[in-house]
Design a binder for this molecule. Structure first.
Ligand SMILES: Cc1ncc(COP(=O)(O)O)c(C=O)c1O
Length: 350
């Protein structure tokens, strides 16, 4: 703390990202990155962009990327917003769409950035308890609110809410924005983007960090009614009008266009997930049903924090949250087959 800090900064409780270790040899299964590289076409598009043009500012609106996303989902570019990672897109949504004085609702077990943004933007919130099976109960959201946000599949549980339930939520809350954070949807969910023409209060966010393996590029997006998108544009243009650089726009657009590589790598992750679930169950773990590129598992006889520490000694890092209800769970990202095997071998020896 310093005397130069404003009282606002003193009171902030920032988000703590998963560890990015400096040791190269670790089996890194703690931040849900994709074990396969980005599309070779995305790499080529970025390489083609590397040159004299970098002296020029990028397109502030990232039109090329908006068009690629619009083509992929069959929407118009006016329904698409792009930003520097979905974290930034979420921040703008919180700032521009959730500050209504009424509490924002999100699950008690959910993405831990949501309460951080509430703190940053002064948004009151209520954490709504998931049920005993860690599922969202739509009925529990039938209360006055200034908005609703949840990841689907949820993080860190991996559990999926079906589109029919999302429609019930949208219909019950016509006067607030329902934000579906689809960071992991490509690994087993169905996107709610198909509903944006029907529900003007629906905003869907996605990221290229997971299923398109571009966490290092920092690209996220939102799809929704043009008026919701305009709110995000107004915030963005009051904060940083060039959030995506030239490489990011080119690489992300090419990644969206390469459907074949995307489908192949998602399928490989899904197949590995099923193998990891089976392996963990054989070792006595209970594993929540996952539609994501990670699994959430607990061992009835073993302490999760201790397991995480012991795994680390064996060179395998997974994520453990010191949080009520989930303190006995480990969140384990799905890696390449040899990494998954290293995890199972390490657990076997503990
Ligand atoms: C649920 C959820 N939403 C959003 C994000 C942010 O992703 P990014 O900022 O890399 O797009 C993450 C990252 O882990 C996440 O788990």
């Amino acid at each position: 703390m310093s005397k130069f800090w404003s009282p606002f900064v003193k009171d902030l409780v920032p988000y703590v990202p998963g560890e990015q270790p400096k040791l190269a040899k670790l089996v890194k299964l703690n931040t849900n990155e994709n074990p396969y590289g980005p599309s070779p076409k995305a790499i080529a598009a970025m390489q083609a962009e590397l040159g004299d043009n970098l002296r020029l500012y990028p397109d502030p609106n990232g039109e090329r990327l908006k068009q690629a996303v619009a083509d992929y989902y069959g929407v118009t570019p006016a329904q698409v917003f792009v930003g520097n990672g979905s974290d930034e897109v979420l921040a703008h949504a919180f700032h521009g769409l959730f500050q209504h004085g009424r509490p924002l609702l999100f699950p008690d077990i959910s993405y831990s950035f949501y309460p951080v943004y509430c703190g940053l933007y002064g948004i009151p919130f209520e954490a709504v308890a998931l049920d005993e099976q860690f599922q969202i109960r739509v009925e529990d959201y039938a209360r006055p609110n200034g908005g609703i946000v949840f990841p689907n599949p949820n993080a860190p549980t991996g559990c999926l809410l079906p589109l029919t339930a999302i429609e019930r939520l949208l219909e019950a809350n016509p006067d607030s924005v329902v934000l579906v954070d689809e960071a992991y949807v490509d690994f087993g969910g169905e996107t709610a983007i198909s509903l944006v023409d029907k529900y003007p209060n629906l905003l869907v966010t996605q990221t290229l960090s997971k299923s398109r393996s571009l966490a290092g590029l920092r690209v996220g997006l939102a799809v929704g009614h043009p008026e919701l998108i305009e709110a995000l544009e107004r915030i963005k243009n009051s904060f940083n009008s060039y959030p995506l650089d030239r490489l990011a726009i080119a690489g992300a657009a090419a990644a969206f266009a390469d459907r074949e590589y995307f489908a192949k790598t998602c399928q490989a992750v899904i197949a590995s997930r099923e193998a990891v679930v089976a392996g963990l169950q054989q070792l006595g773990f209970e594993v929540l049903p996952s539609a994501a590129n990670f699994v959430f598992a607990r061992h009835p006889q073993r302490d999760a924090a201790e397991l995480a520490a012991q795994l680390r000694e064996q060179g395998v890092i997974v994520r453990h949250f010191k949080q009520a209800r989930i303190a006995q769970f480990l969140r384990i990202s799905i890696g390449a087959p040899e990494q998954n095997q290293a995890l199972l071998d390490a657990l076997q020896g503990l």
